[in-house]
Design a protein around this ligand. Structure first.
Ligand code: CA
Length: 724
């Protein structure tokens, strides 16, 4: 360790020790006398640091730092950390939620927007709520039927459902108090993000940009559910009438020939933050529809407010400032990634900043009062831009990521240099811990693209990609595709990095014990790293992949670290091959915990393969195109499932006999397999079946064999080869 690092460590230790002593002196788990149990109002949230034993809001506090001031568990004793309790959720798909803990009650969300309340001391179930999302709606979810958590306000919790409802529940009983539809049910909107609350209002956005919807964020009255305002992020037309003045401002940045019929995207599907002092609600805006800007807004334009960070007045939805990360977005570079509010010493003065590390690969530090760009620096591999011009605030594109005419390998790909997985800011070390990743992706434009309801409308030529890849096998495999990057937002540089072997990333927690906790993504290892230098100081094998961000809380004087386990999401559906069955659980750890962990269960084995010698090559070819258009996002590229959803190559004879009733008749809709009768004919469904059977029967191609061999040998491409 260098001298500078030693000094930094010593300094951090002093800071941490004082923080820890301070926190211990407070009787934090005692609720303020003025508040009622299980009630979280403005006073408690504004003073969240006086109750560090609670986790009352999505990022613990309104500033969304995901830093726990608790220090009972620290780098000197973390080796004694063991399971306090395990609660099996009964789920088999992805879990991404941040649980909230208030007055000893933990509330988390599961697949299909279900809500679960547990005793935070024991893991015992208190109640469950199932909003009964029609399972066929899963077809409209780009990235699994996940949910990222509830918001808590007074005695209620709020959940957004996959089919677009905002539901208020009694936090004590789980009883439904009200439910409002926040989306047009005839459009493929989905909600996976956690609502946020402030000033008696619930804020909720939605997703669906890839399929073609128009993005917005809404505010609802927390007591009644009544909608108070809605901010549209993109215009419905060039000339209006526009719903509010900011839509007119946005319309000026779109060409007249823009694909307004597609909705244009700009969904608000995850991140928000609130500053009570400045009275500003910060909102992250997503990608375009279609992705391809040449098709989307012929003739150019910045296309506001795609990929922008918005500062809105929470009472009115009025826009105070905006910063667009990727003008004329072209690659699914959402700015919906986690935003952190902090006060930093920069250039000799304290700046109130907002920090975001969006998909496009730059770490942004903005003045959150004015929206002024303070700095933007690459934190992961990229080839689409060389840098951000700090004068203009705009990225300088390299031209190497154009894909209007020819296929192009773009870094980062649509998975982003950082996705939804929350990062964390540690005020003691001054570092931001980013679940970063290196991803490259072959963009190929569909020259005949037109918006088609019910389709994935990004403007990419998926059938051609599926044909030419041996399709996605050509997506570049990086060495250590995911990592945990400790970033200094003042010095604007990486301080340390831990490389991971999984292609699936995971959310982060920082604590006053000089620790950073993160799951292994595709693997079931939960690890603790020393916050100052990244040394791994503890790990536990939970046997099931972990994407969700851990939290920490204290009940009856005992500090816990808890996390949801269960892998999924877009990466889980496409990349991972499960090593064990994806049994979901909530797991809590404490010092000297001894609860038994559930035994690892083998994945559900494939069933009998159908064999046939009656394959028609023309139908196989037609089926390949149709499969690449409609099926691969859930059932896997080339009909090879990641293991979460059925691998169609292993379909039983009975399934093959029921093929048309399933795909057209919707006979398995209640299990999440929707009818595709609106976009597929019986003959086309038969063609897909021919293709699937052909995939079940065929031997691996030479390219696949080489790719598999390379993966087994650990051969991969260093990300630096493609970076600038
Ligand atoms: Ca997207």
């Amino acid at each position: 360790m260098g001298r500078l690092a030693m000094r930094r460590l010593a300094l951090a230790w002093v800071v941490l020790a004082s923080l820890g002593a301070d926190a211990a002196a407070r009787a934090d788990e005692v609720r303020p006398a003025a508040s009622r149990p299980l009630h979280v109002g403005a006073a408690r949230l504004a003073a969240a640091d006086t109750e560090p034993g609670q986790w009352m809001a999505h990022g613990r506090t309104w500033s969304e730092q995901r830093y726990s001031p608790l220090a009972q568990i620290d780098e000197t004793n973390v080796a004694r950390l063991g399971p306090a309790w395990v609660h099996a959720t009964g789920t088999l798909r992805g879990l991404e939620a941040t649980p909230l803990v208030v007055d000893g009650v933990m509330i988390a969300t599961l697949t299909w927007s279900r809500v679960l309340a547990l005793d935070a001391r024991t893991g015992q179930e208190l109640w469950r709520f199932d909003p009964e999302v029609p399972r066929a709606w899963g077809r409209h979810a780009c990235c699994d039927v996940v949910n990222r958590g509830v918001a808590w306000w007074e005695g209620r919790v709020y959940v957004g459902t996959l089919d677009g409802r905002l539901v208020a529940l009694d936090a004590k009983t789980g009883e439904r108090l009200w439910s409002v539809q926040t989306t047009d049910p005839t459009r493929p909107y989905t909600i996976t993000g956690a609502p946020r609350v402030a000033k008696g209002k619930v804020f909720i956005g939605n997703g669906g940009g890839e399929f073609g919807v128009r993005g917005y964020v809404s505010a609802h009255d927390a007591e009644t559910g009544e909608r108070l305002w809605r901010f549209y992020t993109v215009p419905a037309s060039k000339d209006g009438p526009h719903e509010h003045v900011e839509v007119a401002q946005a319309a000026a940045t779109w060409s007249r020939e823009s694909t307004f019929e597609s909705g244009l995207g700009g969904t608000v599907w995850d991140s928000m933050a609130f500053d009570p002092e400045l009275d500003l609600l910060y909102v992250g805006v997503g990608n375009s529809n279609p992705y391809n800007r040449v098709l989307r807004s012929p003739g150019g334009g910045d296309n506001l407010f795609l990929t922008a960070i918005l500062a809105l007045r929470p009472d009115s939805g009025e826009l105070v400032w905006h910063y667009q990360t990727t003008p004329a977005e072209n690659w699914d570079y959402t700015a919906t990634q986690h935003m952190i509010l902090a006060d930093l010493e920069i250039g000799g003065r304290t700046r109130k900043v907002l920090m975001q590390a969006p998909k496009n690969g730059f770490f942004y530090v903005l003045d959150r009062i004015t929206g002024e760009l303070i700095s933007a620096d690459a934190f992961a591999a990229m080839n689409w831009a060389s840098h951000v011009d700090l004068e203009t605030g705009r990225p300088v594109e390299t031209g190497r990521a154009e894909w209007k005419d020819a296929e192009s390998f773009v870094v980062p790909g649509p998975g982003g240099a950082h996705n939804w997985h929350p990062m964390a800011f540690h005020p003691g070390t001054g570092l931001v811990y980013v679940p970063s990743q290196d991803m490259a992706y072959p963009f190929l434009a569909d020259p005949k693209h037109e918006h088609r309801p019910g389709y994935y409308n990004t403007g990419e030529d998926f059938p051609a990609m599926a044909k030419s890849i041996d399709g996605f096998e050509r997506a570049l495999k990086f060495c250590s595709p995911t990592h945990l990057t400790a970033w200094d937002p003042v010095a604007r540089r990486q301080v340390w990095r831990v490389n991971k072997r999984s292609e699936i990333n995971a959310g982060v927690l920082a604590t006053a014990g000089n620790l950073v906790f993160q799951g292994g993504g595709g693997d079931g290892i939960l690890s603790a790293y020393r916050a100052t230098d990244g040394e791994r100081v503890w790990s536990a094998d939970l046997g099931v992949g972990i994407m969700a961000p851990p939290i920490s809380y204290r009940v009856d004087g005992v500090q816990y670290v808890a996390v949801l386990v269960g892998v999924g999401g877009s990466a889980g559906l496409n990349f991972s091959v499960l090593e064990s069955r994806n049994d979901g659980a909530v797991v809590a750890f404490k010092l000297d915990g001894r609860a038994p962990l559930p035994a690892r269960r083998a994945p559900t084995p494939g069933r009998v393969r159908v064999t046939t010698d009656q394959l028609d090559p023309a139908q196989v070819e037609q089926g390949r195109v149709l499969y690449g258009t409609h099926c691969f996002r859930c059932h896997g590229v080339n009909a090879i499932s990641g293991g979460l959803l059925p691998d169609l190559r292993h379909s039983s004879r009975q399934t093959h006999e029921q093929w048309r009733p399933i795909v057209l008749g919707g006979t398995l809709a209640n299990k999440g397999m929707a009818s595709f009768a609106d976009v597929l004919s019986p003959a086309e469904v038969d063609a897909i079946q021919h293709y699937v059977v052909s995939q079940a029967l065929r031997e691996p191609t030479l390219l696949e064999s080489v790719a598999r061999f390379a993966a087994e040998q650990g051969l991969c491409i260093p990300a630096s080869w493609l970076a600038r």
